[in-house]
Design a binder for this molecule. Structure first.
Ligand SMILES: Cc1cc2nc3c(=O)[nH]c(=O)nc-3n(C[C@H](O)[C@H](O)[C@H](O)COP(=O)(O)OP(=O)(O)OC[C@H]3O[C@@H](n4cnc5c(N)ncnc54)[C@H](O)[C@@H]3O)c2cc1C
Length: 427
């Protein structure tokens, strides 16, 4: 075994739970653990939890990036036997029960893989290198800068072709993120940019939302898809369906049907793929590279390794292809696993995971959202208010909630935001 990770105290007779990933699942577990019973080690390649549902608002100048990120060390200051290490998990040795990371190895009694997903480019390296994805706060900030810079360049250029490319925004993927991004860009065009660029014709800005399927929001009912498409069309978004993106090079998006869209700004939000860890058998990975688990989130063939949230696939009668990859599944699985680890330690049988579906929601812009909760399906202003409330309450920390409420309230009543500074990284 390589060198051990420094300074993790002795277990003092307690069982050590190593959690890889401080996303919705990992954080929920740490909140619920009784530190008198377990020692917790959290491994994450970032020093903060990221609230992914609001990335698109950071990317479109609607929210401060700091409002949707939460430092692990600050969040767990009062949890004395919780130890955070900033590093990347590399591989698992399940026989000897240790995890190898970029800063050394660590032994575990229980290992939790809660590593989420990464953007799926379907094996197309060129698209991976040339398009922008929205999977981290850093990427959201990058997109925000690109959007602002594109407008400045469009104002400055003498070349009409270059201006067209800079003002064509192409979003690939008509799921919730694509819809939300398209709606937010459209509102930027309508309410905010005209104030900043009063000497520039903004009607030249075009927003394309491209999807390979025949409708948007495929995870919702056809009725909600239709409502969403109608809202977006009214907001001036060009919806291109049944159109797969084949290539993107020389600032041109090539669709499978031969259509070419010139653009310097292509956002790839067309899907995700499970983010497992090396060291497990190949048979452990199922559809979408998700780790196969049983009803207790135990990894196939393992008793001390668990996988949770987006990265796992638990096949049930209702969800034969796994649960939807949403925050609620990760949170509920985290909660169930804490209770099961406590049950194992007190020689009780584990309880199977049962998903309580709280509904699916997507916002399309100011005053517009679609919601499905079982048989209940509705859209419009009331749905939008619920969307705001649900997201606000899910944010960690009173201060962040207040700041977000202030940003939202300010932009709602003034039709303006104040987050359009171009601050790019320099050495
Ligand atoms: C743009 C976007 C919008 C979304 N909107 C919604 C929404 O509106 N509603 C909703 O319910 N869901 C939404 N989702 C999905 C939701 O965010 C996920 O379902 C949820 O984050 C899954 O939680 P998780 O704990 O499984 O993984 P994540 O939250 O993805 O966390 C994974 C963690 O693992 C860490 N990690 C990964 N690999 C390693 C490694 N090798 N070593 C160390 N650390 C590692 C990462 O840094 C991260 O902190 C959205 C997702 C995206 C990308």
């Amino acid at each position: 075994m390589e060198k051990k990770i420094e300074n993790i105290p002795d277990r003092n007779g307690k069982k050590r739970v190593v959690i890889v990933g401080g996303g919705f699942a990992g954080v929920e577990m740490i909140k619920r653990f009784d530190a008198r019973k377990f020692q917790i080690v959290l491994i994450d390649k970032n020093n903060h939890h990221q609230f992914q549902p609001l990335y698109y608002q950071v990317a479109t100048c609607g929210l401060e990036s700091t409002s949707i990120g939460f430092s692990f060390r600050k969040s767990f200051q009062k949890k004395k036997d919780v130890h955070f290490r900033l590093c990347q998990a590399l591989s698992i040795d399940s026989e000897n029960k240790y995890l190898t990371t970029t800063i050394g190895t660590i032994e575990y009694d229980y290992l939790v893989i809660a590593t989420g997903t990464y953007t799926n480019f379907f094996g197309n390296k060129a698209l991976e290198e040339t398009t922008m994805s929205l999977k981290t706060i850093a990427e959201s900030i990058y997109i925000r800068n690109r959007v602002i810079r594109s407008f400045e360049m469009a104002v400055n250029t003498h070349d009409p072709e270059e201006r067209k490319r800079l003002l064509n925004f192409v979003i690939v993927g008509g799921g919730a993120t694509g819809v939300e991004l398209a709606g937010a860009l459209s509102e930027l065009r309508k309410y905010i940019l005209p104030k900043d660029y009063h000497d520039f014709d903004l009607s030249r800005m075009k927003i394309y939302l491209v999807d390979g399927l025949d409708r948007l929001l495929n995870m919702m009912s056809p009725r909600s898809s239709e409502k969403t498409a109608n809202y977006l069309k009214k907001m001036g978004v060009e919806i291109v369906l049944n159109a797969q993106v084949k290539d993107y090079s020389d600032n041109k998006v090539l669709l499978a049907n031969g259509t070419v869209i010139p653009s310097s700004n292509v956002f790839w939000v067309a899907g995700v793929i499970g983010n497992g860890l090396p060291g497990l058998d190949k048979e452990v990975y199922g559809r979408g590279n998700r780790v196969l688990v049983n009803e207790y989130n135990q990894v196939k063939g393992q008793t001390s390794i668990f996988a949770l949230g987006d990265t796992c696939l638990m096949s049930t009668e209702k969800y034969p292809n796994g649960h939807p990859q949403v925050a609620q599944v990760a949170i509920q699985q985290g909660k169930n696993l804490v209770s099961n680890l406590e049950r194992i330690e007190s020689q009780k049988t584990m309880r199977p995971f049962r998903y309580k579906d709280m509904g699916t929601l997507a916002t399309i812009g100011r005053n517009k959202a679609v919601i499905e909760m079982g048989a209940l399906k509705f859209s419009g202003f009331f749905a939008w208010v619920i969307w705001l409330f649900v997201h606000l309450m899910a944010i960690v920390g009173v201060k962040n909630r207040l700041f977000i409420l202030l940003d939202w309230g300010w932009s709602y009543f003034t039709h303006d935001t104040s987050l359009r500074l171009l601050i790019e990284q320099k050495r």
